[in-house]
Design a protein around this ligand. Structure first.
Ligand code: NAD
Ligand code: DAU
Length: 351
């Protein structure tokens, strides 16, 4: 079959990438979706069970820092577009060991940009879509929202590496006229997120009646977006976004961490048939994350006005679906939380 687009999705075996691939493969049979992923601890081909047999999907194991491997994919498949999600994504890990964050997020992005330039220069009809984070904007006080025009002020090695990659993407647009688009999104939640992140970590610990480690005073605030709503936003921006532009994506759904953890306790108690209030007793305030950003909140007015996007899943429903999914995924959780992750968890939180 002659595909109208051959889209290289990097990091497609991870949390957001696998949901995006589900959407693209099923919606656009006329596109070939090439999943390029190193399969780090965070990548899992189980996440792609729903599409692995589809004729318009293929997987290539590879590292975005490997220029020769990228070149080969462009040669073999005639890649027309890139949606770039591959990254080291966990803030706590970046604090413990920043090196791989610079290697993948900065140098890997640079390799990818260079290969796109090499193959696409002087041609029309291509797009480099860079998936980024609201953390590049730094931290907010009690009020205010991040806009596309907010100055960058990253605070952690993770956000510094993502900010750096955003700057490189814009530099390739201005310097080499590479057609790019960037989106900066708030915290995603939903099935298949690696259980080092707040929501799945808490659900898993509630299930196993382990302590629920809330950092600092628990008053830190995040804006949570259902992961499939992020995938829908990426689809819209990919097809209708203006080249050279940035779009902020958020859930308009702010929670203080402690309130969110308490809500998860209550939902899980209900789903597990435990007496109300049982799991809240597991909450334990622990040492704070160094340089912990106090509050993130997104103004997503631009994507709402220009592309008619808005979140579709209400928080209560999304949290319930997420809790139910994790409580039922004994095997999935066991397979990824054994081995190296168990060592990481014990180092971080004790056994
Ligand atoms: P994730 O950690 O779940 O998945 C990352 C994927 O990238 C994994 O499959 C991993 O194997 C792959 N990968 C890592 N290094 C690689 C390399 N060198 N070469 C090829 N593949 C590599 O991450 P996620 O939460 O799905 O985030 C995806 C993207 O979205 C990231 O760029 C992240 O910065 C961004 N983002 C995430 C969130 C969020 O809340 N999770 C919010 C906004 C933006
Ligand atoms: O804002 C977008 C970002 O959201 C993404 O770019 C990152 O890839 C993603 O990991 C996420 O970063 P956060 O640091 O906000 O997510 P995390 O789930 O690690 O933490 C959410 C909040 O919960 C944060 O304030 C720290 C706190 N926390 C986290 C963990 C893991 C706890 O209190 N206890 C915990 O055990």
């Amino acid at each position: 079959m002659e595909y109208s687009k051959k889209i290289l999705v990097t990091g497609g075996a991870g949390f957001i990438g696998s949901h995006l691939i589900d959407l693209l493969v099923k919606t656009y049979r006329e596109y070939l979706i090439i999943n390029f992923d190193k399969l780090t601890y965070a990548g899992n081909l189980e996440n792609l069970k729903g599409v692995e047999q589809s004729p318009n999907y293929c997987f290539i194991k590879g590292d975005i820092t490997d220029r020769a491997a990228l070149t080969k994919v462009f040669e073999d498949y005639g890649v027309t577009d890139v949606i770039h999600l591959a990254a080291e994504s966990h803030v706590d890990r970046s604090i413990d060991a920043p090196q791989s964050f610079v290697e993948t997020n900065v140098l890997g992005t640079l390799q990818l940009l260079a290969v796109c330039r090499q193959f696409w220069e002087g041609q029309a009809g291509h797009l480099f879509y860079h998936v980024s984070t609201d953390e590049v904007y730094g931290t907010l006080g009690e009020t205010g929202l991040f806009k596309e025009t907010t100055a960058y002020d990253p605070r952690s090695p993770y956000s510094a590496s993502k900010a750096s990659s955003d700057h490189l993407v814009r530099a390739y647009f201005h310097t080499y006229e590479l057609p790019v688009v960037i989106s900066n999104c708030s915290n995603n939640y939903g099935p298949r997120q690696f259980p080092e992140k707040l929501i799945p970590l808490m659900i898993n610990n509630i299930k196993h009646e382990k302590k629920l480690p809330v950092y600092g005073d628990g008053q830190y605030t995040r804006d949570w977006l259902w992961v499939e709503d992020h995938a829908l936003a990426i689809d819209l921006i990919f097809h209708r976004g203006v080249v050279g532009q940035t779009y902020n994506i958020g859930g308009n759904n702010e929670w203080k961490n402690i309130d969110l953890v308490q809500r998860l306790c209550d939902i899980c108690d209900e789903l597990l048939g435990r007496p109300a209030g049982t799991s809240r007793q597991l909450i334990s305030f622990v040492k704070d994350r160094p340089g912990h950003d106090r509050r993130y909140a997104i103004d997503s007015g631009k994507i709402q006005r220009e592309l008619n996007w808005s979140p579709t899943v209400a928080p209560e429903i999304g949290l319930r679906m997420t809790a139910k999914w994790y409580l039922e995924q004994e095997e999935w959780l066991e397979s990824i939380t054994s081995g190296a992750y168990r060592e990481y968890y014990e180092k971080q939180y004790g056994s």
